[in-house]
Design a protein around this ligand. Structure first.
Ligand SMILES: Cc1cc2nc3c(=O)[nH]c(=O)nc-3n(C[C@H](O)[C@H](O)[C@H](O)COP(=O)(O)O)c2cc1C
Length: 196
């Protein structure tokens, strides 16, 4: 079974993207994946500063690097701020991709990213569903040597898209998410077939 990591680029309590991450996790479990649902609020990661880093990479950054590395497949639920992805997502990825000097394992900054198969989702209450955040996130992930699933989905009018249990109301939305999940799992199982 492919290990799938799902996380949202928001820590807001009522976040649409966190809701989408939870709904995606349920869909992925039904599809047979072993799912880790990661909350970025569980990581004590400061705003990136190279002087701070020179005094020692925060332990939670190393914990995050390890988690990312352990999962060959990811789904990222990306909110849209000003036509792009959030500072939280950028800061998290910057830390996770920054080499840990002198560390034999983590001095390779892209180790946690290289070869990962990533599905991009987004949610917004606007009509475009945060789609523009994906267009900025894609080149960042490719730069880190991730493989992006050609399928993606942007959930618009997100305020009315979930029921009281957090499930997607519309079957069409559910199917779009499932399509992304299946493609990510399909590609990851082939690209990582020889992994230990
Ligand atoms: C600074 C800022 C800029 C935003 N820009 C956009 C935008 O460009 N497009 C959009 O659809 N929503 C935009 N929004 C609204 C967010 O999509 C909305 O706050 C959404 O709920 C954030 O995702 P979350 O629910 O997962 O926290 C913006 C919100 C903030 C705070």
């Amino acid at each position: 079974m492919t290990k799938l990591l799902i996380f949202a680029g928001s820590t807001r309590q009522q976040s649409f993207n966190r809701k989408l991450a939870h709904a995606t996790a349920a869909i992925a479990r039904d599809a047979g994946a072993t799912v880790t649902l990661l909350e970025l609020s569980d990581f004590d990661i400061p705003l990136y500063n190279a002087d701070l880093e020179a005094r020692g990479t925060p332990p939670d950054v190393v914990r995050l690097k390890q988690l990312l590395w352990e999962h060959p497949a990811w789904v990222i639920c990306s909110p849209e701020y000003n036509g792009s992805y959030t500072a939280l997502l950028k800061n998290t990825i910057d830390w996770a991709s920054s080499p840990v000097n002198g560390d034999p394992v983590w001095q390779d900054g892209t180790r946690s990213f290289r070869g990962k198969v990533v599905g991009m989702l987004s949610a917004s209450n606007g009509a475009l569903g945060g789609l523009r955040s994906q267009s900025h996130l894609a080149p960042l992930l490719i730069n880190l040597e991730c493989w992006l699933a050609p399928r993606a989905f942007a959930l618009g009018q997100a305020a009315g898209a979930f029921d009281e249990h957090g499930a997607l109301v519309q079957e069409a939305h559910r199917q779009r998410v499932q399509g992304v999940v299946e493609q990510v799992l399909w590609a990851a199982s082939r690209l990582h077939a020889g992994d230990a």
